[in-house]
Structure formats: structure tokens, C-alpha cells
Design a protein around this ligand. Structure first.
Ligand code: NAP
Length: 470
């Protein structure tokens, strides 16, 4: 998503020597890799769209993953950037030498670049759980982002480990197909109710005929989400109270069995973990063939999952909906900055960057959706567009000859990080739950201020925060 965006914007700005490296054989990032049943984006599709390429044809307010994949491919085609992509070319090394970046790919190709943009994503490296006996299971086992479409789900005994956004979408998609569905819950989730009826053909035709209306819809959703994103960073905001009420009512009204209801009730505040949205998760979990397993997993054995109470949950298929390792960013690619500075060392404690974009002593290198940036229930496309607008201004300084090298200063980066950590302590994400937002210290690795502040910050780089070398 971010690579396509960069290629389009750079080409439009007149850059003629742009190369996009893609390790896979197809574009699409998360939407190429996640093909599990029920996958959809829980950010409204009319917001989860490039602002310069709105799509009147979204089928649903929250459209399925395959549609998003097709949209990304269409955008790349329509803007003629597909030809810039080198598929099957994973970058192994990116080293700053003689004032340029030297790139090596896994196939032995080399290239030299004046500026590198890392658009390598966040939720990318599967988190495989360390559960005793995992490899002794004789049925089929795979991570949710590595879905094996050759494995039959219909009439199978399916176990899902995890209760994040992925697992919740999977449950509703699989429960009516599987013989039995067992959901292994380590931590309960708050679920925000959200219906998703298909758009009518007339609505789509109307957006097609009236691009102004489509633009207005995009804008309205953006404003709505901005107010949500502004509210979420303040744990005591009215928006948070409203979300908490909606989630509580959802649980109280939809789950009829009091015992099941209590097992599904989280013991932390709504939106502390990334908010999960679903029209029908609770209904799905109350089907006769569905079971919520809350006894902790003891180990996995040939026939299934053995829980702490000694019971064997016999399974044919086991899905690890156990999330992602979120602190890798462009690693394992080796990134070597000025004077041989190795990113692996610089980030040995944890990833860090000025405004999540620039790293001191890594000149002419910028990240989109990099460390500690805005994540949450809002459009990462919107975030990427704002970040790209900022990065383009750094590129322009080099391109126009104003400087040859540009990177954030260490002092600006340290000051930003210290203010960020202080602010992060006041957010809803640090109110007492475990989630992928938290770093190894338990501090939310996210943008802790309002979305308005993020937009303002992205408008123009503060040059005093950068070192410009002639
Ligand atoms: P996740 O939110 O990180 O959830 C992982 C789940 O696996 C958690 O319930 C976790 O339990 C459980 N788990 C991990 N290791 C375990 C173990 N050893 N034993 C038992 N349970 C274990 O991952 P995700 O659901 O894939 O979602 C990741 C992110 O992707 C989301 O937050 C969202 O940003 C994005 N996403 C978005 C959409 C969308 O519609 N836009 C859809 C899917 C995913 P604990 O809670 O106890 O840690």
C-alpha cells in the first residue's frame, strides 16, 4: 500500500528513476498475505482508500480483503507504476557508502539510490506461539496469515487460538462450515458492534456519477475517525466512555447464557487492546457447534489441544490467530548508515525514530508506517499519505540541491521519544492490558497524541530537527 503510494507520488512529481522492490511475486502487502475466511478491513472502505483514487464500487461499508487486494492492483495499474516494481527481489543489504545507498537483493542484483523509503509494513512477521508439542499435531496447523486453502474446513473440527481482530473475523466465517469450532481464549475481548450490509447498486452508481459525493463521503469519514483518534489518546474522554458503553451493551444484550457472558467479559477497559469490531461474533459463539475454551492450553499433542483441566480438545485443523511480531519493520534487511552504523545495533533495545520517519545518522532514509507511529482503528492509508507528504519535502531538499544529506538529529529524536513516552502513559492503551501496542517495557509503541496534532506535524518538517549536510 505504502510502496504503491510512494511510486505514484514520486512519478507524478517528475522523478524518472524510481524502483520498487517487492520480495513476493505480487503486490498488496497485508492484503496479499492474509487470505483467511472472513477477512475484511474494519476501517470503512471509503476511508481505507487513497484520497486521489476513491472507489465508487466498494461492495460493503467494510469490504472483504480480496476486494482491497484487487483495488490496490487496480490503482497500481491505473497509475502506471506496476512496471516499476521488481518482484521476487528481497533487499538483503542497504548500506550508505560514498553518500549514496547501495542495495543488494537476494537474487544478487545491485542498485544505487540517492534516497530510500522503507514501506515495509508493521503486521508482517507472524508470531508463532511457543506452545509445547505444537509440531506433534497430526492434523493441519497454520498461522492465520499463511492460510492453507488446500485444507478442508467444511465438516472439520477446527480450533482457533487467539481472540484478536483476526480470530473474531474467522470465527464468524468458519462456524457454519465447521463440524465443531473451538476458540481458545487466553484473554477476553471487548467487541464493538458494527453492521455491514452490502451497498445497493443505486448507491454505487450514484457515487460513480458524482465524484463530488464520493469525495464528501471520504471527507466525512475522515473527520469522524479523526475525532475517534483524538478521543482514544485520552483515556478519560467522552468518546472512550461511549465506546465502553457500546461494548458493554453488546455483551449484555447479545450473550444470553450468564456463565458464557462472564467468560467473555474482559477485565480491562474497552479500547485498551486494539478495539475489535464485529456484527456477529457473539451470535457465532452461541451456535451449538461452537465452544469457548478458557482453560489455559497446557500442551498440544497428536490429536489436538490439551488444556490445563486435563481435557483433550480433538481437532482436525488448528489455526494460530496469534498475531504478529511488530518490532521488526524493515528487518531482517541489514541497514548500515553513516560510518558503518548498523541499524541492528541502533535498534537493539527497540525501534525508534524521529516522528517515526527518520533515524539519526541514516541520511536520506525515511520510513512509512515506521516505529511508534499512529496505529489503531483508523486508516493506515491516510497515515501513509500524510507521512509521504512529509517525506517528499525531505526528498525535495536533496533533489533541489539544498543539501546532499538529510536526517533527524540525535537530540531531536531523543527529545521526541522522551515526550512521546510521557504522553503514552496517559493513553487508554496503558490502562492495564497486554497488547501488541506495548513495547518490551510495557509502553505503548504508538503516536500518543491527537490525530490533529499528527496532521499538523506532518505538514512541514521543522528544519532545526534535521541535520543537513551540503
Ligand atoms: P492480535 O490482536 O495480536 O491477537 C493475537 C491473539 O493471539 C491474542 O488473543 C493473544 O492473546 C493470542 N495469543 C498469542 N499468543 C498466544 C499463546 N501462546 N497462547 C494463547 N493465545 C495466544 O493479532 P490479530 O488478531 O492477528 O490482529 C493483529 C492486528 O491486525 C489487529 O490488532 C489489527 O490491527 C490488524 N487486523 C485488522 C483487521 C481489520 O479488520 N482491519 C483484521 C485483522 C487484523 P492475548 O490477548 O492474551 O495476548
Amino acid at each position: 500500500m505504502a510502496g504503491i503510494l510512494s511510486a505514484i507520488k514520486l512519478t507524478e512529481a517528475g522523478f524518472t528513476d524510481v524502483t520498487v522492490y517487492e520480495k513476493a511475486d505480487r503486490l498488496g502487502g497485508t492484503w496479499r498475505e492474509n487470505t483467511y475466511p472472513g477477512i475484511a478491513c474494519d476501517v470503512p472502505s471509503h476511508l481505507y482508500s487513497y484520497s486521489f483514487h476513491l472507489n465508487p464500487d466498494w461492495s460493503h461499508p467494510f469490504s472483504p480483503g480480496q476486494e482491497i487486494q484487487a483495488y490496490l492492483e487496480q490503482v497500481a495499474r491505473d497509475h502506471h507504476v506496476e512496471g516499476l516494481i521488481h518482484f521476487g527481489e528481497e533487499i538483503t543489504t542497504c548500506a550508505w557508502n560514498d553518500r549514496r545507498w547501495h542495495l543488494d537483493t537476494v537474487t544478487g542484483h545491485q542498485n544505487v539510490a540517492d534516497f530510500v523509503i522503507a514501506a515495509t509494513g508493521v503486521l508482517h512477521h507472524p508470531n508463532y506461539p511457543e506452545i509445547k508439542g505444537l509440531n506433534t499435531f497430526v492434523g493441519s496447523v497454520f498461522h492465520s496469515s499463511r492460510w492453507d486453502h488446500g485444507v478442508a474446513i467444511d465438516d472439520a473440527r477446527v480450533g482457533i487460538i487467539g481472540t484478536g481482530s483476526t480470530a473474531v473475523q474467522l470465527v464468524s466465517a468458519v462456524v457454519d462450515r465447521a463440524k465443531t469450532l473451538s476458540l481458545f481464549q487466553r484473554t477476553a475481548q471487548w467487541i464493538m458492534p458494527q453492521e455491514n450490509p452490502a451497498y445497493r447498486a443505486e448507491e454505487r452508481a450514484d457515487w460513480s456519477r458524482n465524484p463530488g459525493k464520493l469525495q464528501h463521503l471520504h471527507q466525512t469519514l475522515s473527520e469522524l475517525f479523526t475525532s475517534f483518534a483524538n478521543g482514544i489518546v485520552n483515556a478519560e474522554s467522552p468518546e472512550m466512555a461511549m465506546i465502553a458503553d457500546l461494548c458493554r451493551q453488546n455483551l449484555e444484550t447479545k450473550v444470553t447464557d450468564p456463565e458464557l457472558r462472564e467468560r467473555l467479559r474482559p477485565n480491562y477497559r474497552a479500547a485498551c487492546k486494539r478495539l475489535v469490531i464485529s456484527p456477529n461474533f457473539y451470535e457465532s459463539m452461541q451456535r451449538d457447534n461452537a465452544e469457548l475454551v478458557t482453560d489455559p492450553i497446557d500442551h498440544i499433542e497428536a490429536g489436538g489441544i490439551r488444556t490445563g483441566d486435563g481435557r483433550l480438545h480433538a481437532l482436525d485443523v488448528m489455526v494460530l490467530a496469534t498475531g504478529f511480531k511488530v518490532d521488526a519493520f524493515m528487518r531482517p534487511m541489514s541497514v548500515i548508515g553513516r560510518d558503518g552504523r548498523d541499524l541492528a545495533q541502533v535498534w537493539s533495545d527497540r525501534p525508534n525514530a524521529y516522528l517515526s520517519i527518520s533515524i539519526p545518522e541514516f541520511p536520506n532514509f525515511a520510513m512509512i508506517n515506521g516505529p511508534n507511529g499512529p496505529v489503531g482503528n483508523f486508516s493506515l492509508i491516510e497515515v501513509a499519505e500524510l507521512q509521504f507528504g512529509y517525506i517528499m519535502q525531505l526528498v525535495d531538499r536533496v533533489h533541489s540541491g539544498q543539501c546532499r544529506e538529510i536526517s533527524a538529529t540525535q537530540s531531536a529524536t531523543d527529545q521526541f521519544e522522551s515526550e512521546r513516552v510521557t504522553a503514552a502513559a496517559k493513553t487508554i492503551w496503558s490502562t492495564g492490558c497486554r497488547s501488541w501496542y506495548l513495547d518490551d517495557r510495557g509502553i505503548p509503541a504508538t503516536w500518543p497524541w491527537s490525530f490533529d496534532r499528527f496532521c499538523a506535524e506532518m505538514e512541514r518538517p521543522k528544519l532545526e530537527a534535521f541535520e543537513l549536510r551540503p
